[in-house]
Write a protein that binds this ligand. Structure first.
Ligand SMILES: Cc1ncc(COP(=O)(O)O)c(C=O)c1O
Length: 453
């Protein structure tokens, strides 16, 4: 049976009424991607308040790698609910926090002794990773990248690249932040071409250290192994190898921000594993809690211990229900083979998307690292003018036809896929059919298929 079941127009009457109430009660700052109000969800589907069934290829922005209400997660949370809900780990600790830290320490691709601490959100994970790196190095500066997204708090917004909507009107920003180009080869900031560029963007950091900030002032280099909000850009392998060399040379802490790319999304537990590089610290959040809010910083024990007792943490950090949910999420990934499934999803996506790219010049580039899949839309394959309006149209077509997606990219022209990894092949193909119909709808009005076939 098909998963997508549309019985009324989208949004239906109940969703429409809730959109109106939302507008009256809630400021416009928190975004509204679809006018669909959820009633229930399971696996890779969501049913809305009007009884329409959708495939969820957004996964709450990458938080549901194990799917909605993964059975082990649901069971673990139910059992926790009747024990205790909040104690504050700093006051009266509980075992699940430690067990989860041990799990992350065992999984993190970092040699030697490791430690982990928990907080509530991705932004808090990044904030704490920077605090730890500063305490360890006793240096102030942080190097970050163009097109990076690290959160919306003062420090993480300052580390984030995209101005509108993340930074506009919110100055002043945190000091001692230095931004350099990422290895976004499709839109190279230096107008170079890989591989003949010899990964100039990473090597050019040496120049930044002469002209912009002294390396012995730099506490950390923070990078996403795959750009998340920046458009699912996968850098060449050398990029992280060079960053690692530079960090070793100057005693700088390398932070891999795995908030979006981690916990199985790319076919490995951590995306940095694809690059054969060990970071010093790793941030996690999103899918860590299997749907509950929890975030972590994992790293070399000597670095993690730099902050004084009481210098890190927060009241709700490592909430008991979220800790057991995260343990159950890891069990699900491991026992249900979701890393292999993620890799298979990436291949299934690429098989379809490369055919679309042949058919429609609107698709400028197809990208996939396991289940972290996307395509970038352009008005012209030569000029690469971003097709952001067309991307919005595609996203709208998708949800009106039963598929929830989210866009990405500093230029707003990337369609990304963050489907729960428990999606079945039939569901995945159904979603691909909707995207294909959407591309035909958007592209063919502007570029008749016949002239490009
Ligand atoms: C790479 C990365 N870091 C940090 C964050 C911030 O996470 P949160 O929204 O949980 O604060 C995000 C959110 O999208 C992210 O993708």
């Amino acid at each position: 049976m098909k998963t997508i079941q549309i019985r009324t127009e989208i949004p239906g009457p109940k969703s429409k009424a809730l959109v109106a109430r939302r507008e009256a009660a809630i400021p416009r700052g928190p975004q509204l991607v679809t006018p669909i109000f959820a009633a229930k969800a399971e696996g890779a589907w969501i049913e809305d308040v009007d009884g329409n069934r959708y495939l969820d290829f957004a996964g709450g922005i990458g938080c549901l790698n194990v799917g909605h209400r993964a059975p082990r997660v649901e069971q673990a949370v139910r059992e926790q609910l009747v024990k205790f809900l909040h104690l504050c780990f700093g006051v009266t600790p509980y075992e699940s926090y430690i067990a989860l830290a041990e799990k992350l320490n065992a999984l993190a691709p970092i040699s030697g002794a490791k430690k982990t601490m928990f907080i509530n959100s991705g932004a808090e994970a990044v904030e704490n990773a920077i605090k730890i790196a500063r305490a360890h190095t006793k240096r102030p500066a942080v190097v970050c990248f163009e097109d990076a997204f690290h959160g919306r708090t003062l420090l993480t917004m300052s580390l984030t690249s995209k101005i509108v909507p993340y930074k506009a009107g919110f100055a002043p920003f945190a000091p001692e932040i230095y931004r350099v180009p990422y290895a976004y080869c499709y839109r190279c900031s230096y107008n170079e071409t890989y591989p003949s560029c010899d990964t100039f963007c990473a090597r050019h950091l040496e120049d930044t250290f002469r002209r912009v900030v002294a390396p012995d002032s730099v506490a950390a280099i923070i990078a996403e192994p795959v750009l998340g909000e920046g458009g699912f850009v996968v850098p060449p392998k050398e990029f992280f190898l060079i960053l690692r060399e530079i960090c070793d040379k100057y005693g700088i802490v390398l932070i891999a921000d795995e908030v979006q790319s981690g916990v199985g999304r790319t076919g490995k537990m951590f995306a940095i594993e694809h690059f054969g590089v060990e970071p010093d610290l790793i941030t996690t959040a999103k899918s860590l809690g299997g749907g509950l809010p929890i975030a972590g910083v994992t790293g070399r024990a000597d670095i993690m211990d730099a902050a004084l007792p009481g210098g890190l943490g927060s009241t709700f950090a490592g909430n008991p229900a979220a800790c057991v949910a995260a343990l159950a999420a890891f069990e699900t990934i491991e026992k249900d083979g979701l890393l292999a499934r993620s890799a298979a999803i990436g291949k299934r996506f690429e098989a379809r998307a490369h055919v679309w790219k042949q058919r429609w010049p609107l698709i400028g580039e197809v990208r996939a690292l396991g289940g972290m899949c996307a395509f970038e839309l352009v008005r012209d394959p030569e000029t690469r003018e971003p097709a952001s309006t067309e991307n919005k149209e595609l996203s709208r077509f998708a949800y009106e036809h039963g598929l929830i997606t989210i866009t990405a990219g500093t230029l707003g022209n990337v369609m990304r896929i963050l489907v729960p990894l428990v999606v079945t092949d039939d569901q995945f193909d159904e979603a691909m059919d909707v995207l294909e119909a959407g591309l035909a709808h958007v592209a063919d009005k502007k570029q008749p298929v016949a002239s490009h076939a």
